[in-house]
Design a protein around this ligand. Structure first.
Ligand SMILES: *Cc1c(COP(=O)(O)O)cnc(C)c1O
Length: 348
């Protein structure tokens, strides 16, 4: 029996074109700046995001870590949403390794931060009680807010506050291309609202490894040094850069299919007793599903779905998260709905 794995878009496997590009990649020592494939990727990602320079890093976590360590010194403060991936799921790295303090403001359900809340969180630089505010982080699409898409106009409202106080703006753009495809705009229009972006090649874009940080040339020089500090400078990294080039060139436009599949899945789930979805909240490849049936443990349901051939995770006691991605076809969505319906009939 084939398992339909909707736990995450990180489960995507490299495409045949990626494997071929990896096999054939021209290589060199990237710590000497001599890997032509890495150099090609870094120039390409910078161009696509409309920034001066780019840097290949091992993971999204390392991208956000090195990006923020390049913006903020030990004892400085970074402002982000209380549901930010960097706050919740990156092991506190910027505090552990960067000595950077985090100040959270509430994330709105649409993934945004209220600019007035950001304004209030900015510290008075003349008060000795306070750390110095340096950076504001946004996330687009917003993972924990169900793949919520932030428009450039929304992002501009936070950027305006940051600029007025001399703060940098960093974007956790792990899924920036999902946001761009959902909005029908170029990713550079999103990146134009911020000073730095971290983006993942290994999520919906299906590359096996890697993320990039983009920004100004001087800034990326500093991020490169931070990457060295955390042990992320790699040698013949063209092997992974080759797959990331294919990701950028061939895998962006097809994200629209994942978004369509997410809509079909959400609409189907809406019809199943015991489950509910807020259709307005489904904006990209992530679907948050509410368990409305009582008298059933969510973890037992996760096991029951899995026994029938469907993998989805619960994120708390009453919500599941499903993610569509490369490798999931429309018939898999139909099959997933059949499994959900069958299992829920037994319990609801
Ligand atoms: C996955 C993800 C990351 C981290 O990426 P890894 O490659 O798993 O370290 C950062 N931010 C967001 C929003 C993510 O979804």
């Amino acid at each position: 029996m084939r398992t339909i794995d909707l736990r995450s878009d990180t489960v995507t496997l490299p495409t045949p074109a990626m494997r071929k590009a990896m096999y054939e990649a021209e290589l060199g020592d990237d710590v000497y700046g001599e890997d032509p494939t890495v150099n090609r990727l870094e120039a390409l990602v910078a161009e696509k995001l409309g920034k001066e320079a780019g840097l290949l890093v091992v993971s999204g976590t390392m991208g956000n870590l090195t990006a923020l360590m390049a913006h903020a010194q030990r004892g400085d403060e970074v402002i982000m949403g209380h549901l930010a991936h960097t706050y919740l799921y990156e092991a506190g790295g910027i505090s552990v390794l960067g000595g950077v303090h985090v100040r959270t403001v509430p994330n709105l359900p649409n993934g945004m931060l209220n600019p007035a809340d950001v304004e209030l969180a900015v510290r008075d630089p003349n008060n000795i009680h306070f750390p110095h505010s340096r950076v504001v982080c946004l996330e687009n699409t917003h993972n924990r807010c169900g793949g919520a898409v932030l428009s450039p106009a929304q992002m501009a409202t936070v950027r305006e506050v940051a600029q007025r106080h001399g703060l940098m703006v960093h974007l956790d753009g792990a899924r920036i291309f999902n946001a761009a495809v959902a909005l029908g705009i170029d990713a550079s229009e999103i990146a134009a609202q911020v000073d730095s972006v971290q983006l993942c090649f290994s999520k919906g874009l299906s590359a096996p490894v890697g993320s990039a940080v983009v920004g100004s040339a001087d800034y990326i020089k500093e991020v490169r040094r931070q990457r060295k500090i955390v042990g992320g400078a790699m040698r013949q990294a063209g092997i992974i850069a080759a797959a990331a080039i294919v990701a950028l060139e061939e895998m962006v436009d097809r994200l629209a299919e994942d978004h369509e599949n997410a809509q079909v899945l959400a609409q189907g789930i809406k019809e199943i007793d015991g489950l509910d979805v807020d259709l307005d909240s489904v904006q990209s490849d992530i679907i948050m599903i509410t368990l409305t049936a009582s008298d059933v443990e969510i973890t037992d349901l996760v096991k029951a779905f899995r026994a029938e051939g469907l993998m989805i995770n619960n994120i708390d006691a009453s919500h599941f998260r499903a993610v569509t991605h490369y490798g999931i076809e429309r018939e898999d969505i139909s099959e997933a709905l059949a499994i959900l319906s069958r299992v829920m009939k037994q319990v609801a």
